[in-house]
Design a binder for this molecule. Sequence first.
Ligand SMILES: Nc1nc2c(ncn2[C@@H]2O[C@H](COP(=O)(O)OP(=O)(O)OP(=O)(O)O)[C@@H](O)[C@H]2O)c(=O)[nH]1
Ligand SMILES: [Mg+2]
Ligand SMILES: [Zn+2]
Length: 311
Amino acid sequence: MEKGIVIKSTGSWYTVKTTKGDIFNCKIRGTYRIKGIRATSPVAVGDRVEISGIEKDNTSVIEKIEERKNYMIRRASNLSKEYQLIASNIDQAWIIASLVSPKTFLEFIDRFLVTAQAYRIPAFIIFNKSDLYKKELLEELGGLIKLYGDIGYPSYSVSAKEGKGIDFLKQELKGKTTLISGNSGVGKSTLINAVHPEVKLRTGSISDYHKTGKHTTTFAEMVELDSNTFIIDTPGIKGFGVVDFDKGEVFHFFPEIFKVSGKCQFNNCLHTHEPGCAVKKAVEENEIASSRYESYLSILDLDEGRYRGGR
Ligand SMILES: Nc1nc2c(ncn2[C@@H]2O[C@H](COP(=O)(O)OP(=O)(O)OP(=O)(O)O)[C@@H](O)[C@H]2O)c(=O)[nH]1
Ligand SMILES: [Mg+2]
Ligand SMILES: [Zn+2]
């Protein structure tokens, strides 16, 4: 047996880099379950694994997955009972967003943040493509950076294309394993290339993206920036279906809602219709952003499928 880390996943084949630095294509044997959850693929990039001897064709088999420090996970699609493990053993998760081509919905951002919060993963929001924003969008951007920054999520505006804000991001990456996630076309791979030009990940052109609807990055892949700095690039996703939380638990993952919930009249308040609800009052008084409150309600209403969690 040899120990290694999964650096790329296609869903059926996994690339494992061993502690010696050798790279093998591996399959898995048997079935794995994550705390009773059914996953589309039981192994994720970032997993520490043990692989068995090398087969004739230079492939190997993953025999054991070490316990994960944490992981990001989402529903494979809306209403699906299957989950997709996005990555594991990460120090922080960055959601890359854009206000244009394509526009990232706030609900998507909030669902990502809720999941990161639930699994205690520090999350950042990186608004990319700042070079494309004119007056009104710049104002909107400023508002969003303040909104999320005040809640406690560091939020930045960058342009991967023009290299703006990239040096600062480099500092934030140092010594950590960072997951990069977001819609297709927001510039995840371009951003990683800007941070580390030697990497040369494949990026798509927006026109290709609109014409074919194809995702440029199709596999999750871990990129080594230096011996203790790693970035995980992932394929773009359309929606972010959150796992099946207890209804009474969801507001714990909205820090600003949780903060005022202690003042609600009923201690089992779900903040939807109850009398004496301090959360609803705070929304009315604009102390809690209505976009955030709507995201909260949409997660409670998961079964009605208002939000599409598909790819
Ligand atoms: N104007 C502008 N375009 C950008 C910027 N960053 C990326 N792009 C363009 O956006 C398009 C998509 O970039 P990618 O890096 O492939 O996007 P991605 O998020 O990796 O997409 P998937 O791999 O499909 O998930 C490319 O045409 C990039 O050149 C930016 O800061 N400004
Ligand atoms: Mg990409
Ligand atoms: Zn309440």
